[in-house]
Design a protein around this ligand. Structure first.
Ligand SMILES: [Zn+2]
Length: 241
C-alpha cells in the first residue's frame, strides 16, 4: 500500500486546485456565519412580532395584566436567585382559573402535599450556592400545586408552546394528564401553594403565577424575555382578550 499513497495525495491535490468551490468563498462563509448567528439570536431573544396575532383568554376572568413590572416577566426574584418568567395575576384565594387557549393537560398535581417549611428553606439555600434557580427546585418545589398545558405547534408559529399555572389551591376533577381542553376551560382555583406562607399553614400571599414557554431546538424561551416596559406591558395587554 505504502508506495501508492504519495500518488493518491498528489492526484487529489492536482485535481482540486483548479476548481474553486464557491461555497468556500470568504463572502459565502461570512454570510453563513450570519445566518447561524441570527438563528441563535432567535432562540435567546424574544421577538414581539412572534405574538403579533396571538390572542389568549385571561386565566382569571376580569383579572387583568398587572402594571407593576415586579409582577411581570424579567422581574428579579432574589429569594431564589432567579428571574420571573411569568405574570403574577392579582387573584385572591379561590379565584377560578381557566385555560388560556385550547390544549392538552400535561401535568396536574392532584395529590400535591405542601412541603415542610425547613425543606423549602434548604432548597432556597441551594439556589444561592448555585447562583441560579435550578429547574428541579423551580418545577418541583416553588411552583407548588401546578398545571401544565401543551398548546402544540399552532399557537405561535415555529414553536411548541406550553402554559403553566402555579400556586393553585385546588385542581378540578377532570383535569388529568391527557385531558383535552378548550380555551376558557375551568382548571381549578388560585392559592399560595409552594410559597413560604403555605409551608407555614397561612393563606396569605395568594395569587396566580402564570407563564407561557416557547420551545424550539434545544432551547426554551418565556413570553416577553428581555422585552422592557412599556413595550412588554403593551404586548401582554394586546395578547389577552
Ligand atoms: Zn410569579
Amino acid at each position: 500500500m505504502k508506495p501508492y499513497f504519495p500518488f493518491l495525495f498528489f492526484g487529489v491535490t492536482l485535481f482540486s486546485q483548479p476548481v474553486e468551490n464557491p461555497n468556500n468563498s470568504i463572502l459565502n462563509v461570512i454570510s453563513s456565519i450570519n445566518i447561524i448567528k441570527s438563528k441563535m439570536d432567535t432562540l435567546t431573544t424574544f421577538k414581539t412580532e412572534w405574538v403579533d396575532s396571538l390572542k389568549l383568554v385571561l386565566p382569571c376572568k376580569n383579572v387583568n395584566v398587572p402594571k407593576r413590572s415586579m409582577r411581570l416577566p424579567n422581574a428579579p426574584r432574589d429569594y431564589r436567585n432567579g428571574t420571573h418568567r411569568g405574570i403574577d395575576f392579582f387573584a385572591n384565594w379561590g379565584t377560578p382559573v381557566r385555560a388560556v387557549a385550547d390544549g392538552v393537560v400535561v401535568r396536574a398535581d392532584k395529590n400535591y402535599k405542601e412541603v415542610p417549611a425547613k425543606f423549602r428553606e434548604n432548597m432556597l439555600d441551594a439556589t444561592t450556592k448555585v447562583g441560579n434557580t435550578p429547574s428541579d427546585i423551580f418545577n418541583s418545589i416553588l411552583l407548588g400545586r401546578a398545571i401544565f398545558i401543551d398548546h402544540g405547534f399552532n399557537l405561535i408559529s415555529g414553536f411548541r408552546v406550553i402554559s403553566i399555572y402555579a400556586h393553585l389551591s385546588h385542581i378540578n376533577e377532570n383535569i388529568i394528564p391527557g385531558a383535552i381542553l378548550k380555551a376558557g376551560s375551568a382548571l381549578g382555583k388560585s392559592g399560595n401553594s409552594g410559597m413560604r406562607e403555605s409551608t407555614l399553614g397561612l393563606k396569605s400571599g395568594a395569587h396566580l403565577h402564570w407563564e407561557l414557554i416557547l420551545q424550539t431546538g434545544k432551547d426554551e424561551i418565556y413570553l416577553g424575555k428581555d422585552v422592557s416596559n412599556p413595550e412588554l406591558y403593551n404586548m401582554l395587554k394586546h395578547i389577552f382578550k
